[in-house]
Ligand binder design. Structure first.
Ligand code: FPP
Ligand code: MG
Length: 333
């Protein structure tokens, strides 16, 4: 994702405005909160949502104003808040190769800091007097984030996930924040409504691609990624590679679903952990044997092509090209 640092550089003072607003927005009266915030800054990710917000605003209207910076910042705040909550839900040890706040401090601290980041996001949108349409869009996203996670939990119980259910879950848990980031930035920057809609479609498709990519990489051996492998299977999540493999060999689909049903999430005893390991390996083998990874990559490529096509109505510019490059950077070969 080399393009990403190049685009950030190109955004110059707009990107710096985002970085300083993010930091000043989080200033707190609590020493512990400030300490954990510093840890979160030091271990932050690629900040793709604020990047998309700025690039979309520039591609759609050529304008970045104070409200655009507020939308970009709110998106990053909400994203981090959702991960602080997610690491508690998933009982995760690590995020981006670092200990999670939940493990380093406590699950309670992780939830409360998430709440703090979330509240600051909403306060920021209000303080900068963002229009009601923008507030409604972010409120809808928060609902979809929580609902998407709950649907994921339902399906981890029933294990009946079909592709339409999977797409519905990832549209909510991941796509919705990409949409809010891009749509709201385009609205406050004054883009015309048909351009806002084209960018919204792009954001939706790039958002679900982002999650499908993550779900494919979860099947890669840890020697290749430096991350644990098979975490989704352990959490009983039926994602795109497994759906593709089951489509390729439907005769084994019910058996594989029943094997997944034997996995004990958050297993405590050594015996249960050993049993989980065997089941995870069996499911991974099924995916590899039935070309689940290759088929999922093809699906990813198709969705990213659609994402790029949705920008056809935008005039050519450095920033439209950047949106196309960001979509391409999500492809897996
Ligand atoms: C990471 O996905 C998690 C999400 C995309 C969303 C998490 C959302 C919540 C926990 C709801 C939070 C609600 C509010 C209102 C803030 P993943 O678990 O598939 O991937 P990862 O853990 O491997 O990054
Ligand atoms: Mg997770």
């Amino acid at each position: 994702m080399n393009n990403i640092s190049e685009i950030k550089k190109h955004l110059a003072e707009h990107w710096s405005a985002f970085e300083s607003l993010l930091s000043s927005t989080l200033d707190s009266q609590s020493d512990m909160l400030n300490r954990i915030n510093r840890y979160l800054f030091d271990t932050s990710g690629k900040q793709i949502r604020p990047l998309l917000a700025f690039v979309s605003a520039m591609a759609g209207s050529g304008v970045i104003n104070e409200q655009t910076v507020a939308c970009a910042t709110a998106s990053e705040l909400i994203h981090t808040a959702s991960l602080l909550h997610d690491d508690v839900v998933d009982n995760s040890e690590q995020r981006r190769g670092n200990k999670t706040v939940s493990k380093l401090f406590s699950p309670g601290a992780s939830i409360l800091i998430g709440d703090f980041w979330l509240t600051r996001a909403l306060a920021l949108l209000l303080e900068k007097q963002c229009p009601n349409e923008v507030l409604r869009c972010y409120a809808g996203t928060l609902e979809e984030l929580a609902e998407g996670e709950m649907m994921q939990m339902d399906f981890a119980d029933s294990l009946t996930t079909a592709e339409k259910d999977y797409l519905n879950i990832i549209r909510r848990k991941t796509g919705s924040l990409f949409v809010a980031s891009v749509r709201c930035a385009a609205i406050v920057s004054g883009a015309a409504s048909e351009i806002v809609n084209a960018l919204t479609e792009y954001a939706h498709l790039v958002g679900i691609s982002f999650q499908i990519r993550d779900d494919i990489i979860d099947y890669y051996p840890s020697s290749q990624t430096g991350k644990d492998s098979g975490c989704d299977i352990e959490e009983r999540k039926i994602t795109m590679p497994l759906l593709c493999a089951m489509e390729s060999d439907p005769s084994q689909a019910e058996f594989i679903r029943s094997q997944m049903g034997k996995i004990v999430p958050l297993a405590q005893s050594q015996e249960q952990q050993a049993q989980n390991k065997i089941l995870i390996e069996q499911i991974k083998e099924f995916v590899y044997k039935n070309n689940g990874l290759e088929s999922a990559k093809v699906r990813l490529g198709e969705i990213l092509s659609q994402a790029k096509e949705s920008l056809d109505s935008l005039s050519d510019s450095y920033y439209k090209d950047a949106l196309l490059k960001i979509a391409d950077s999500l492809l897996l070969s």
